[in-house]
Design a protein around this ligand. Structure first.
Ligand code: GUN
Ligand code: ZN
Length: 435
């Protein structure tokens, strides 16, 4: 089995940083190295300590002065919306009707789905994202395209075929029975196969009949180790329509609660306009709220209450929500996240931001023993960051005095140009390594 050493400035978190100056939650090694074998990190230490552990013929890739970090994790995005990004002039419900559903209808064609899956994962790699948690369309073929392309690249991904049987054109709807059958078949084919994991995916309560949520409930009981993903409390008109469609529910989250969908495997996209009872239930069930800042700004949805939910003990995830979201970059996502929280009088410091897009999201997914970290034994998904990747960043870096300051420059100014290389299970994915 061949070995590889990546040399560079290593940064990896082992806990959530509590303050802007909390240096105890991460490991930083100025002249560090990762020893990689069979897709895993075998050692993470100084170069001087790692070099003698490797065989003489091990390839050494020198990324200095760049930062080696765990690959970024995007916990909520829509693979079939790669051509929906930047669609003008609407809030959530019109945007779905006018742009999203027509685009998603095209994924009934397996060739289109396969072509777009290639583009989608190219964007993930370009942006240093090594794990995506994606919604596909209601067509089984869209999920097959997603998982097939991810397997070809050996990526650790989560995804699922959307369940939706009403309030949308027939071309994007399934039925309670077909949705159930297709989901079962996809779980059998993909869940736990290679690096793939399945997420049972009812789109949101508006597009599912009670019969479909019953079928979803059965799936969740049959496959307790699958994820579940849906949307919650994103937009006022959405909440209004939802409560009309489910008049007996105490509130929006009460619908998902009624069907037994909540728990630590449940990823709830947006969670902006929450009632006190919904927050109580979310905390009790340990369901995960997912903050999608660029989407929330673009669709004018509202401002996520990160500190409020954290204070109650929520494990929040963060995500791009392509194509309501406007950038594939987790760096840009945390840039806009910083601004959303600033409008709420909250401060997102850079250690917390970089923790969040790596180990924090891994913890929200329960995958912290495998991804989101560079410790020995974890999967070798790595992002190489260059804080001088544009002239404006290089100029700003001339006065940079600390690691925290460099991270903040990356968080606010960087995008895919700062991703010098992306490794998936130890294999470099970018054709041109900017070493
Ligand atoms: N709610 C239901 N579907 C969607 C979607 O595709 N994007 C967003 N942002 N919200 C949704
Ligand atoms: Zn979404």
């Amino acid at each position: 089995m061949s070995q590889k050493i990546l040399r560079g400035r290593i940064l990896t978190f082992h806990a959530e940083p509590q303050t802007p100056h909390d240096e105890s939650a991460h490991l930083y090694i100025e002249d560090g190295a990762l020893l990689i074998e069979a897709g895993r990190i075998v050692a993470c230490d100084s170069y001087a300590a790692v070099r003698p552990l490797a065989r003489a013929e091990a390839e050494v890739i020198d990324h200095r002065p760049h930062l080696l970090m765990p690959g970024f994790i995007d916990t909520h995005l829509h693979f079939p919306q790669v051509q929906v990004i930047a669609s003008w002039g609407a809030q959530l419900l019109d945007w779905l009707e006018n742009y999203t559903f027509p685009a998603e209808a095209r994924y009934a064609d397996p060739d289109h789905a396969a072509l777009m899956a290639g583009h989608f994962f190219d964007q993930m790699i370009a942006n240093g994202t090594t794990t995506s948690v994606a919604y596909c369309t209601s067509h089984k073929s869209s999920a097959e395209a997603y998982f097939t392309e991810a397997a070809r690249r050996n990526m650790r991904v989560i995804g699922g075929k959307v369940l939706m049987d009403r309030n949308a054109p027939d071309a994007v709807c399934d039925t309670p029975q077909s949705g159930y059958d297709d989901t079962k078949a996809l779980i059998a084919d993909w869940h736990g196969k290679g690096r793939a994991l399945y997420a049972i995916t009812p789109r949101f309560a508006i597009t599912s009949t009670p019969e479909q949520l019953e079928a979803t409930s059965a799936l969740v009981k049959e496959y307790p180790d699958c994820y579940i993903q849906t949307h919650l409390d994103e937009n006022h008109a959405e909440i209004e329509l939802t409560t009309q469609l489910y008049p007996d529910a105490p509130d929006y989250l009460g619908i998902y609660e009624h069907y037994g969908l909540l728990g630590p495997k449940m990823l709830l996209g947006h969670c902006i306009h929450m009632q006190p009872r919904e927050i109580d239930v979310m905390i009790e069930t340990k369901s995960r709220p997912v903050f999608c800042p660029t989407s929330n700004l673009f669709l004018g949805s509202g401002l996520f209450d990160y500190e409020g939910l954290r204070a109650r003990g929520a494990t929040c995830a963060v995500a791009t929500d392509i194509g309501g979201g406007t950038s594939y970059s987790m760096l840009q996502t945390l840039n806009e996240g910083y601004k959303v929280l600033a409008l709420r009088g909250q401060k997102l410091h850079p250690y917390r931001a970089f923790y969040w897009m790596t180990l924090g999201n891994a913890v929200a997914l329960g995958l912290e023993d495998r991804i989101g970290t560079l410790v020995a034994g974890s999967e070798a998904d790595i992002t190489v960051l260059d804080a001088r990747s544009t002239p404006a960043m290089a100029l700003r870096m001339e006065t940079c005095q600390s690691l925290a300051e460099e991270l903040f420059i990356l968080q606010i100014m960087a995008d895919d140009r700062a991703i010098a290389q992306t490794y998936i299970a130890g294999e470099a994915q970018k054709k041109q390594s900017a070493v």
